[in-house]
Design a protein around this ligand. Structure first.
Ligand SMILES: C[S@@+](CC[C@H](N)C(=O)[O-])C[C@H]1O[C@@H](n2cnc3c(N)ncnc32)[C@H](O)[C@@H]1O
Length: 389
């Protein structure tokens, strides 16, 4: 455990230096740990691979969307990537890996009780994932399944309980947690991460607790109640975030024509307009257009955090920014680069394709620093523990 503590104190700095710093100071076993392997199912635009960079090496990944595949390949290369449906993947031919990550489709879990749930046509692809895992000659020691809060809260928790049971039956210890990107970035993006570890792994005591912690909000506690084989994962809290909405703004971005701008501004309710006018200095306030009492309004939020980025597929509108600079109020859609920044993607992250493609790719993804924190603080120590099996 001493080695883990060492690792922990040295991985809190900038991610690009991890491998070098670990290589310089740590024993061989942990140096190799910086390049542990992972398989990524439903890999989309590759933001999980970006978050795990230098900690877990992607040896295989897939997604069936060619536009997202283009983003993944532009940033992580094509050699280990397959553009195909998970239904076409056979586990027997996959490379061995310590970790398998699946951010499976959320559409059937997003709207409480109104869609197919964990057995729905899209979210039910999680069973294809487990089918592939079952076909592997050796199952990975660690599995991560990521999805929206509906996984634990919709249908009274039954969706989660079904998945939990399936993982327990495969010989894993399982627990879920909620991580909200707002801890790291100016975007509200609560997501559930289910972490399963082979029962044969001796889990370091620092990684499990006997009770809920900061990663276990009420919805998670409710679903955990009296559940067989539940594990209360423990991770340290991240330091207070430093980035603000003002930091993600592309100040030179193009504004639409004056008419569109004015139309948007007129949609702001009187109450929100008052709040906006009461703020001093340069101001950036995000909002979504919604229909309230049969009327379209632009609802703003004033907590210096953008609303959750979504794909436009579900019929939700795109996020609008109201920007006041030198007393002039203007409005425009979020740019693609701003969306990427809100997901924690580095500036060098390439997003080929149209605005819509890029917006969709970011809206569906996992925020980079969230994936990185989970990997550093829980998955890597678990992978090291799994070595000692
Ligand atoms: C929630 S997103 C995951 C995004 C990804 N983790 C990222 O950070 O960009 C779900 C992904 O599943 C993909 N998908 C949907 N159906 C699929 C299928 N049958 N086979 C493979 N991928 C599929 C979608 O294209 C989408 O990228």
């Amino acid at each position: 455990m001493e080695q883990l503590k060492l690792l922990d104190s040295r991985t809190s700095g900038s991610h690009s230096n991890d491998t070098r710093r670990l290589g310089a100071r740590l024993p061989n076993r942990i140096v190799r740990g910086a390049r542990r392997t992972f398989l990524e199912f439903f890999a989309g635009s590759g933001l999980v691979a970006e978050g795990l960079k230098g900690i877990f090496l992607p040896v295989w990944a897939n997604d069936n969307c060619s536009k997202k595949a283009a983003v993944y390949i532009a940033n992580h290369g094509h050699k280990h990537f397959q553009t195909c449906s998970i239904a076409e993947v056979g586990g027997a031919s996959l490379p061995c890996a310590e970790l398998a990550w699946a951010s499976f489709p959320c559409q059937d879990l997003s709207l409480a009780g109104r869609s197919g749930g964990i057995n729905g046509a899209r979210s039910g692809l999680v069973w294809e994932w487990l089918r592939v895992i079952d076909e592997m000659p050796k199952r990975p020691s660690i599995l991560v399944a990521e999805n929206v809060l509906g996984l634990v809260s919709a249908a009274g928790g039954d969706n989660y309980r079904t998945l939990h049971r399936a993982l327990i039956d495969r010989g894993y210890m399982v627990g879920a947690m909620m991580l909200d990107a707002t801890r790291w970035l100016p975007q509200s993006r609560p997501r559930v991460f289910v972490v399963a570890v082979a029962r044969s792994v001796e889990i370091p005591e620092e990684l499990i607790g006997g009770e809920p912690g900061w990663i276990h909000p009420k919805a998670v506690c409710r679903v955990a109640d009296r559940l067989d084989g539940w594990t209360w994962w423990r991770m340290p809290e991240p330091p207070k975030k430093e980035s603000r909405l003002l930091d993600v703004i592309e100040w030179k971005a193009h504004f639409p024509d004056v008419e569109t701008e004015q139309r948007n501004i007129k949609l702001i309710s009187r109450r929100h307009r008052k709040q906006l006018d009461a703020l001093s200095g340069d101001v950036v306030v995000p909002g979504y257009k919604r229909t309230r009492d049969g009327k379209q309004v632009l609802e703003l939020r004033f907590d210096d955090v953008a609303g959750c980025l979504r794909t436009p597929d579900g019929g939700s509108s795109r996020q609008v920014l109201v920007i006041r600079k030198r007393q002039r109020i203007r409005s425009r859609l979020l740019t693609m680069r701003e969306a990427a920044r809100l997901m924690g993607a580095p500036e060098r992250y390439k997003i080929p394709g149209s605005y819509n493609d890029g917006y969709r790719a970011m809206g569906d993804a996992v925020a980079v620093p969230v994936a990185r924190w989970l990997a550093r603080k829980l998955l890597l120590p678990l992978a090291i523990a799994a070595d000692g099996r």
